[in-house]
Design a protein around this ligand. Structure first.
Ligand code: MG
Length: 261
């Protein structure tokens, strides 16, 4: 099931996405959900065309835990070795935006990069999750763009500003709950031109490894998000660009880059 979060006439709701097509092409309908998707919920049967709503980030995470350098080819393109333990960092909740929202180019950077990533959405509170229980704590998957001020990342020891500025974490367009994430194409395009194309099967650490590693340290809550790293091909974004992250079996997350007003 594809679960979107949206607003219509000032009200916010979750809905199950039905029909064929994309956000742009139309033809999709939302069946409004009664209750909260992570627990018991039912479909209301009340339907609205997706073209009539504003999509919101599909989850409101308590935290976004991101993993760096999880694809060997990407580590190499930035001149890094594959780390012995996964590199983990946070993106703040204020960095999260939805599909169709604008990425605001930060004033303190002149080298903004896209990073297409598979995002894991957690479905239940968990800590110290054993490998064989990881699938039980996952609610679903969505597309992410780990937008990075690369110049700032290079000159500051911690990545809080480089990867945590407002609008640096587009998520969406919805969460797909029925998906085998082990071998999916992950693509980024800028203005329709392909920039990144990788497969989740090339991750150095699997999703199981990452959930075990992160929950060894901290409790994850329903709605928390894990970004699983980006394949090779990261590159610059400029004001006016439209960047799209497409993941096989999920959909396309599209955002325009604007100057911060
Ligand atoms: Mg990344």
């Amino acid at each position: 099931m594809r679960i979107a979060r949206f607003s219509i006439d000032g009200n916010v709701a979750f809905g199950a996405v039905e029909g064929e097509g994309t956000v742009e092409s139309g033809g999709l309908v939302l069946d409004i959900i009664k209750g909260i998707p992570y627990t018991d919920f039912e479909l209301s049967g009340t339907k609205v065309p997706l073209s009539k709503v504003r999509l919101l980030p599909p989850v409101l995470p308590n935290k976004v835990v991101a993993i760096g350098r999880n694809y060997a080819e990407h580590a190499k393109e930035l001149g890094h070795e594959v780390p012995e333990v996964p590199v983990a960092f946070f993106k703040p909740t204020t960095s999260v935006i939805g599909s169709g929202d604008a990425i605001e180019y930060p004033s303190f950077s002149s080298e903004l990069h896209h990073e297409a990533e598979l995002a894991v959405v957690i479905g239940r509170m968990c800590r110290e999750v054993p490998r064989d229980r990881v699938k039980d704590v996952i609610f679903g998957y969505t597309c992410a763009n780990d937008v990075t001020a690369r110049d700032v990342q290079k000159r500051e020891a911690q990545w809080a500003r480089a990867k945590g500025f407002d609008t640096s974490c587009p998520l969406g367009p919805w969460v797909e709950t029925d998906l085998d994430p082990s071998d999916l194409a992950v693509q980024a395009t800028v203005n329709g031109e392909q920039r990144q194309l990788g497969r989740t099967s090339d991750m150095i650490r699997s999703i199981e490894d990452l959930v075990v590693h992160i929950t060894e340290a901290m409790t994850l809550l329903p709605g928390d998000v894990i970004l699983t790293g980006t394949p090779a091909g990261v590159g610059p974004l400029t004001v006016g660009d439209e960047v799209a992250v497409t993941i096989e079996g999920i959909g396309t997350l599209t955002n325009k880059v604007i100057k911060r007003g």
